[in-house]
Design a protein around this ligand. Sequence first.
Ligand SMILES: [Zn+2]
Length: 72
Amino acid sequence: MPNYTFRCLHCQAEYNIRCSMDDREQVACPDCHSKQKQQIFSSLRISHCYKESVCAGGGSCPHAAACGRDRG
Ligand SMILES: [Zn+2]
């Protein structure tokens, strides 16, 4: 299973979770148990791509290529 890194939007803690892709939604912060989180792409440490509507909108996001949401 892949490892995912998240930043908690509630307490700002960063944590790594090994889970299936489908289980990411269910992951909760180990500190405050909030499920409100932003995925961090650990090799890139990009902090702007939580704006998925921007990234998914057709390449207007300046980080699109790096964040994996590059739609061309
Ligand atoms: Zn938290």
